[in-house]
Design a binder for this molecule. Structure first.
Ligand code: SAH
Length: 215
């Protein structure tokens, strides 16, 4: 079925962006990208009418697309710039991937569920987003493509995997929700070849778990 982005969709999307601004999202490139990328393309047909509500929705394989505020907040912490080389762990629907692509980043994204990986691949190619998508266990990162300017994890990690910190460039940052039932959004800076610093932490996020191995 061909996906259509109507005037109504565009209107709902700009209202969503206004709500994000009211909640203190300030990064212009993130707001612009979220105004342009049709979130409804990433949802199953049962949820399309609700695509611009501030909710997470099921995307299959027991996983969810993050709510728009969480996508905006994580993206802003990443401070994405054109040509940044970014690794995303947890492609899910591909929506976060599409936002980073729209900003002009070179995105590498990994998903552990084959079905989601395949669906995200279709969704992203429909939007001419040429992210590099991988099916596998993101716990290990992508050593063959490292180092990265920035790494974003979109599932809740019980601890920060060393392999991800290691795959940052010096001066690079990792944005990762850390915790079991609830997570602290944590921003880590790589300060030297073997040194890291926690830059900031924000309470009370709820993500699906970051799990080992692929499915
Ligand atoms: N960024 C996604 C969020 C999806 S939810 C979106 O915008 O839709 C988090 C995703 O992380 C899920 O799809 C889950 O399967 C995936 N995930 C969890 N652990 C993983 C791992 N070790 N490697 C790769 N993906 C993982």
């Amino acid at each position: 079925m061909k996906k259509i982005d109507t005037f109504r969709d565009k209107g709902l999307r700009s209202q969503m962006v206004e709500r994000l601004m009211k909640r203190d999202i300030r990064d212009e490139s993130v707001l612009n990208a979220m105004n342009q990328v049709p979130r409804h393309f990433f949802l199953d047909s049962a949820f399309i009418d609700f695509a611009y509500k501030d909710n997470a929705f099921p995307i299959g394989s027991d996983q969810t697309i993050s709510n728009p505020y969480t996508v905006a907040f994580q993206s802003e912490l990443l401070s994405p710039k054109t040509n940044d080389k970014i690794l995303e762990i947890g492609t899910g629907s591909g929506y976060q991937t599409a936002i980073l692509c729209k900003i002009g980043c070179k995105v590498y994204s990994i998903e552990r569920f084959k079905d989601l990986f395949l669906k995200a691949k279709r969704n992203l190619s429909d939007l001419n987003c040429n992210a590099n998508l991988f099916y596998g266990d993101g716990y290990l990162g992508l050593p063959n493509y490292a180092p990265f300017d920035k790494i974003i994890v979109t599932a809740g990690a019980s601890k920060v995997p060393f392999s991800l910190k290691e795959q940052l460039k010096v001066g690079g940052i990792l944005v990762i929700p850390v915790g079991v039932k609830v997570q602290k959004m944590t921003v880590i800076l790589k300060t030297g070849d073997d040194s890291y610093e926690i830059l900031s932490e924000y309470n009370d996020f709820k993500f699906v778990p970051f799990l080992r191995d692929k499915k």
